[in-house]
Write a new protein. Structure first.
Length: 468
């Protein structure tokens, strides 16, 4: 829709309620994709309802008049799924109420527009933990986290967003409110319908609230950073650390030497923590109840790893400031790449044991296309999710890789397929990965997904063109 008749605008504005229409000044930021790719959206009307009832009225009207809708959370998505291209934009930013927090039940019931950071803070108020943690947690919203099945740095121990959701409230395309706000750990009374909407990227309905699973809050976190000669040795270190009987290994992040050097060069707050230069580094974190006990077991474990050459050097954070400095090296890698111009950015997953062979095979394939390209490989080694990014050779133009992006993507994803991995690990499909979805998903799976889409959204009004 390039335009929208005034009667529709007025009717929808009435249903959105006071303050429910987003003005042009505030709208501009909602139409730009966060990575700065050539994706500038447009919409005839942007709405921000402040309750599920108002959202229901908006969607019922759109359904009646065949008006397509794009839901948007914090606009931190990385595959373009939240940017409207002529559809009505529906922002969840004003739906952020905390409905209930239960220390006895270990649950938090919260509306979809609350940020991930706000959910974490609500859990902390009752001395519990909501474990999902990602770089954009100050701006990304719970609804978007669920719609994309967000992952992050704690998946190794706690799992993806899917594992954290006990129940959902969803507004279906025709405006029907489905109350599936289950708070039970055991409920085997038919199909688990919430699972259909988790990871569906707003193509089947709009999530308006969720019951989130909370956990005991660890009293301490011990962070360590090591250098290692190979990914095989990093995996052996992970096996060793997981056997240490003093806490849970909650994070185990792989950082390539190229990723560390780029971050230190481009991010003023980033500092190289080890004097030793190595092909790879590992940033790990153990959560537990007794810091002294963790140190008691971790220090000998790292000493043994040094003795057996699993690692070349290591440091353990002694203060919160030191811990934050170590995490800067991981969290700021993507920001460090922005000054480098056009790049291929891959969010892939392969079986954990296959990561070393995958990285070797993929580097060889990339070098055949662009011999001097800089490969920035990093990510969640503990669950096999690698962010495989490629930037221009040093000294070349900012757009040097732009003509090669499609060729590089095919080469990387062909390697992923060799190891029976996934071309979309935690960022979703959106607009950018539709072609790969059609190419790399089998016909039976695609047919089943299309039948689900037709069942829940027979008019095709929900986030059209995304995923399919």
């Amino acid at each position: 829709m390039s335009d929208l008749p005034d009667q529709h605008k007025q009717a929808l504005a009435t249903r959105a309620g006071p303050g429910g229409v987003i003005g042009k000044t505030a709208l501009a930021a909602l139409l730009q994709e966060q990575r700065g790719r050539d994706l500038s959206g447009h919409t005839p009307l942007a709405l921000a309802p402040n309750s599920p009832e108002a959202l229901s009225k908006i969607m019922a009207y759109c359904y009646q008049h065949d008006l397509a809708m794009v839901p948007q959370g914090g606009n931190s998505g990385l595959v373009g799924g939240q940017i409207p291209h002529g559809e009505i934009l529906i922002s969840l930013r004003r739906m952020r109420a905390v409905r209930a927090a239960s220390v006895e039940n270990f649950t938090l019931t919260i509306e979809a527009g609350a940020t991930l950071w706000e959910a974490q803070q609500e859990a902390e108020k009752i001395n519990l933990l909501f474990p999902i943690s990602i770089g954009s947690e100050g701006s990304c919203q719970i609804g978007g986290n669920i719609a994309t099945n967000a992952g992050g740095v704690n998946v190794l121990h706690y799992g993806n967003m899917r594992e954290q959701v006990l129940g959902l409230e969803v507004i279906l395309p025709d405006g029907t409110i489905w109350n599936g706000l289950n708070r039970l750990r055991k409920n085997n009374s038919g199909y688990d319908l919430k699972q259909i909407f988790i990871g569906a990227e707003g193509t089947l309905g709009i999530i308006s609230a969720a019951v989130l699973r909370l956990y005991p809050r660890p009293k301490t976190k011990t962070t360590f950073y090591t250098s290692t000669a190979s990914v095989e040795k990093a995996l052996a270190l992970m096996t060793m650390i997981r056997a240490v009987p003093c806490g849970a290994l909650t994070s185990f992040e792989l950082i390539s030497d190229a990723a560390e050097r780029l971050t230190v060069a481009n991010i003023p707050a980033a500092q190289k923590p080890l004097s030793h230069q190595a092909p790879f580094y590992v940033l790990g974190e153990i959560s537990g109840e007794d810091e002294a006990l963790i140190q008691q077991f971790l220090e000998p474990a790292l000493a043994q790893a040094l003795k057996t050459k699993l690692i070349e050097d290591a440091t353990i954070a002694q203060t919160e400031r030191h811990r934050c400095r170590l995490w800067t090296l991981r969290h700021e890698i993507s920001a460090a790449m922005r000054p480098e111009g056009a790049a291929f950015k891959g969010d892939i997953a392969v079986p954990v044991a296959a990561v070393p062979d995958f990285l070797r095979m993929t580097e060889k394939a990339v070098r055949q296309i662009c011999p001097k390209a800089r490969i920035i490989a990093f990510g969640h080694l503990g669950d096999g999710n690698i962010h495989y990014d490629i930037i221009r050779p040093e000294g070349t133009a900012l757009d040097h890789l732009a003509p090669l992006r499609d060729q590089l993507e095919e080469a990387v994803l062909d390697c992923v397929e060799t190891f029976q991995g996934s071309f979309a690990a935690e960022h979703g499909i959106g607009l950018f990965k539709r072609a790969q979805m059609l190419k790399r998903k089998d016909a039976v799976t695609m047919a089943m997904m299309r039948r689900l889409k037709k069942t829940f959204d027979p008019k095709g009004l929900m986030n059209p063109g995304r995923i399919f």
